[in-house]
Design a protein around this ligand. Sequence first.
Ligand code: PEP
Ligand code: MN
Length: 353
Amino acid sequence: MIIVMKVGSPDVEIKRISEEMQQWGLTPEKIIGKHKVVIGLVGDTASLDPLQIQEISPWIEVVLRVEKPFKRTSLEFRHGESSAVLVSTPNGKVPFGRNHPLVVVAGPCSVENEEMIVETAKRVKAAGAKFLRGGAYKPRTSPYSFQGHGESALGLLAAAREASGLGIITEVMDTADVEKIAEVADVMQVGARNMQNFALLKKVGAQDKPVLLKRGMSATIDEWLMAAEYILAAGNPNVILCERGIRTFDRSYARNTLDLAVIPVLRSLTHLPIMIDPSHGTGKAEYVPDMARAAIAAGTDSLMIEVHPNPAKALSDGPQSLTPERFDRLMKEEIAVISQAMGRWQDRDVAVV
Ligand code: PEP
Ligand code: MN
């Protein structure tokens, strides 16, 4: 349920209503929108009559039910206003969200050694990326495949952060690793395979770093949003939703089916920022640029693209990784043009060719 306050409602009145709601056994959450303040109510509201709440104060404009199973994640909970996730990086704060410029995240699938991660960081930064991605802990289908260098790779990510000024996005797979990854990561990634690892969701929800929540490979949109709800319910409002391709019947040509329809669907359901990952979504470097452009045209807030200095030699996901040269061209000749057309390009550091 949400209480929409009238424009100009005094703070003391909002506080008084919130306290009264607590006495009713509900958890109130104050959401300051562009024009109005909304008090979101979480708890057992099924038996409550909205009109009964309305009578509490003449400053209440309307009381509305949130019909969706996900509450804090829903667009209704913020009365239709999108939220922005503001991420601190060495180069300042970068906002992800509907009303902000497109944010591009790039880097290798896994952190292989210092030279490659620092070189990649510098190359993707020069091309206009704002974040470096790279896994220290890798979720691999086979236990015999490269599992990532683990803790030592966190140190390499820290070196790349220092050398480039880029923010770092890296995956956390185990609740036991959350604290040490949070020391290096500016955004904690929860991968597709862990989307419903509820212990992990609660743990990343109870710390301060923003979370990138990838869609499970067979997850419905409701399941994905309920997974996000776990993080919000644990106290962390900063979640970015990343579509990375789902399992469908045909895997002959593309690794997954990149579901770009989630962009308008998510817009109608949630206030959270959206990211599209065309690298895992297609599994082939040659398909990535087309899907990156399509995602921007469909209104994504951010992109995640795998880039490796030598894809043929990559320890994981080489076939879907772009070379730094191809990434540079993609940014300057393709992403810049379509982002400008969509009103989402503000990076004056990078000239549009
Ligand atoms: C990754 O980003 O490298 C990764 C493993 O992604 P996903 O969880 O989407 O498979
Ligand atoms: Mn990968």
